[in-house]
Write a protein that binds this ligand. Structure first.
Ligand code: SF4
Length: 395
């Protein structure tokens, strides 16, 4: 099944081609795929959980804030949570720009607090920033990522992180460090300790950002509460070739990114016969544009060459990101337009660090490539949950 959609004419231009894009020449605002499709927006795209600027170039540093606020403004009619991951220091200029964001209820701010003083930003300054963000965005959470063995996994640090959550957000998401296979790990004992502190302090805890955002928005968790398959026509319109077996969407070939993205769209488990990459890149036939989906979020990012330079940063190891100026993703309303009908142009063989050992087989599902965690969205009564709050069918 391939899409019969016409080729997006703008992709004919050599100036709009993902990592090969002459970034300096084609500004963000000159790229129509970075803006809303307006009345042509497909309804399903408004339900796609999306992260903004979650690559190199923290969304709330001065060098990135104009791009971040432009994206947030263009998502003003988005129905799904919009995730922002930040470790930025306090900046009144940044906060002033964020004060102009109107649809604050859609945004979910995950502030990575580790006690590691990344970028030379002190713990106290970060707490000040968290407090300021919470005043602007009611859905602000402490995100304890990463916790690194022998660096910040001691009880004193864990207690300190929990106390900031208790004082300022009331909500905390546990996180972890990627291991060599890009699976996030956090020692159970550390996790148990953090949850115990949070329980004692009255802080609600979640294992994944999707669970927390789903809870805040009163909708089913799109990672755990799977009720599909549904919206299969959307997959067809996006150029995916697939089948359905035993209630699962089945791909002959795909990536970890495909598993993540298709699960979001269809609310169903995904099985890939031949997993060609453990990266979050999609094989969706989008010409030279690079699309990514983490397990919880469709990524829309301006990867720039400035960030906090954390010494544990994994983005600097990813071949197609590093500290380069690269544009990842498009405005979600533009997704159908960028499907070219051609086979993907991404050559995964080029990516030596794709994290799938040569000749390794037997990895077909999300649980084979990532550490799965239980959903805690149902542990707490949701502040907003109403019946029928799952992603709707669109046909
Ligand atoms: S340097 Fe890397 S880990 Fe640190 S904030 Fe930037 S992207 Fe995140």
């Amino acid at each position: 099944m391939t899409s019969g959609r016409p080729i997006d004419v703008s992709l004919q231009s050599p100036t709009l081609s993902g990592e090969d894009m002459p970034f300096e020449l084609v500004g963000f605002t000159s790229d129509p795929m970075q803006t809303s499709a307006g009345e042509a927006t497909p309804p399903w795209s408004r339900w796609l959980p999306i992260s903004v600027n979650d690559t190199y170039g923290d969304p709330f540093i001065p060098e990135q804030i104009e791009n971040t606020t432009a994206k947030l403004a263009s998502l003003s009619d988005h129905n799904a949570p919009i995730a922002i991951f930040t470790k930025a220091g306090y900046s009144s200029r940044v906060l002033e720009r964020l004060g102009a964001v109107t649809h604050i209820d859609r945004a979910v701010i995950f502030y990575s607090l580790t006690g590691l003083d990344e970028g030379g930003i002190s713990f106290e300054e970060r707490v000040r920033m968290i407090a300021a963000l919470k005043r602007l965005f009611p859905n602000t959470l402490v995100f304890t990522r990463p916790i690194i063995r022998n660096r910040n996994d001691d009880p004193g640090t864990l207690r300190r992180l929990s106390e900031v959550a208790a004082a300022h957000t009331g909500l905390l998401v546990l996180g972890g460090l990627h291991d060599a296979k890009k699976r996030k790990k956090i020692e159970n004992s550390v996790e148990d300790q953090l949850i115990a502190y949070c329980d004692e302090l009255g802080v609600k805890t979640f294992h994944k950002t999707s669970c927390a955002a789903a809870w805040l928005h009163g909708r089913d968790c799109w990672v755990h509460d799977l009720k599909g398959p549904r919206n299969l026509d959307v997959l067809v319109s996006l150029g995916y070739e697939f089948g359905v077996t035993d209630g699962r969407v089945v791909l002959e070939q795909g990536t970890t990114g495909d598993i993540n993205f298709i699960r979001m769209i269809t609310s169903s488990e995904v099985f890939v016969h031949n997993l060609v990459s453990n990266y979050n890149l999609l094989t969706l036939p989008s010409g030279k544009r690079k699309l990514e989906s983490t397990s919880s979020w469709f990524a829309w990012s301006e990867n720039i060459d400035t960030c906090l330079d954390c010494n544990y940063c994994i983005i600097k190891q990813i071949e197609y990101l590093k500290k380069m100026r690269v544009r990842i993703g498009v405005h979600p309303s533009r997704l159908p337009e960028i499907v070219t009908g051609a086979r993907t142009t991404i050559d995964f063989e080029r990516f030596r660090l794709t994290k799938l050992p040569r000749g390794e087989s037997g990895r077909h599902t999300y649980g084979d490539v990532r550490v799965t965690k239980p959903c805690r969205a149902r542990v707490y009564a949701s502040p907003t949950r109403t019946s029928g709050s799952s992603v709707p069918r669109f046909h």
